[in-house]
Design a protein around this ligand. Structure first.
Ligand SMILES: O=c1[nH]c(=O)c2[nH]c(=O)[nH]c2[nH]1
Length: 307
């Protein structure tokens, strides 16, 4: 209670950019690099800072930023975004008596090893597209919420998509179709069922392998078999199939959230005074758009009793 009001507060540092290189730590003695944007938020007992101007309990956000670099330096072994987030959260919740919860979010840039003359390069990387993410929420005595994810995975198929049977009313102009393009920029986040810091796998490759495997299940389910694909009656149904496939494959995931904007490819038809069929659409020429776009998102969770 402060002045008769309830006050909820947290403070932290956003988007601390850090890159860590581990020399000769990869397979065949190659260098390993990560580039992270780390955001920290601490829930701490520092009410007097807000109500009295008394800063004596404040962990300075500048100190939080410096901690990111100091802990990156201390990591002798290659760390995943998840294991680094946990390590930072552990530090903040154990080192400072007044800190009750630490929330660490990390977005990793997709530096990928280049292949030259058919062989992986020992120190050469190029930037890929989709980003890997994690959010660690750790309470003082080890209660953990761990979410990993992917952002900005662009997927497109040229056929095997339609949209029919939807509500028709005064304002409905969209024709029904069995044949359209389907394009999206997928964001997904999946929550692990580990509920304590003591039950998290210590092998940091666990999270990297899991990221790759979840990504494969999402992509494979979106497209279907390579020769024939799979028909999508709506973004909603495809999204649901993808989420079900991930939870069925990985029993240690409690839930998955998917966002799939529907990036419309509009049929192009042009007519002129002389030629009403100047350009007549035949599933060939499209106007790609991203504004406006459909926004379709859902979270699929396991019933608690099944965990
Ligand atoms: O797959 C789709 N889901 C929708 O909800 C929708 N709405 C729309 O106009 N087109 C589509 N496509």
């Amino acid at each position: 209670m402060a002045n008769g009001f309830n006050l909820e507060q947290q403070h932290g540092k956003g988007r601390v950019r850090v890159s860590r290189v581990w020399r000769k730590a990869g397979e065949d003695g190659s260098d390993v690099i990560v580039e992270w944007s780390v955001s920290i938020s601490l829930l701490s007992d520092c009410l007097a800072a807000y109500t009295e101007g008394d800063n004596s309990s404040i962990v300075a956000t500048d100190t939080m930023k410096n901690t990111v670099y100091a802990k990156a330096k201390e990591c002798r072994e290659v760390e995943s975004a998840e294991s680094f987030g946990i390590l930072l959260a552990k530090h903040f919740t154990t080192f400072y008596p007044q800190v009750t919860t630490a929330i660490i979010s990390i977005v990793e840039k997709p530096w990928e090893r280049v292949v030259v003359d058919g062989r992986p390069h020992v120190h050469g990387f190029k930037l890929g597209s989709e980003k890997r993410t994690t959010e660690v929420t750790l309470k003082k005595f080890g209660a953990l919420r761990l979410v990993s994810g992917i952002q900005g995975l662009s997927l497109l198929k040229t056929t095997q998509s339609g949209f029919e049977g939807f509500v028709r009313d005064l304002y409905t102009l969209l024709p029904e179709t069995k044949e359209r393009m389907l394009a999206t920029e997928l964001s997904a986040s999946w929550r692990f069922h580990f509920e304590s810091i003591y039950s998290v796998p210590t092998n940091s490759f666990f999270f990297t392998r899991r990221y790759e495997n979840v990504k494969s299940v999402l992509v494979d389910t979106f497209f279907g078999p390579p020769d024939s694909g799979v028909y999508s009656p709506s973004v909603q149904n495809t999204l649901h199939c993808m989420a079900v496939a991930v939870l069925n494959r990985f029993p240690d995931l409690a839930s998955i959230q998917l966002r799939m904007p529907n990036l419309h490819f509009l049929p192009v038809n042009l007519s002129s005074k002389d030629d009403p069929n100047l350009v007549k659409f035949a599933d060939d020429v499209y106007l790609p758009t991203d504004e406006p776009h459909g926004t379709i998102e859902a979270t699929l969770s396991r019933p608690l009793s099944k965990l």
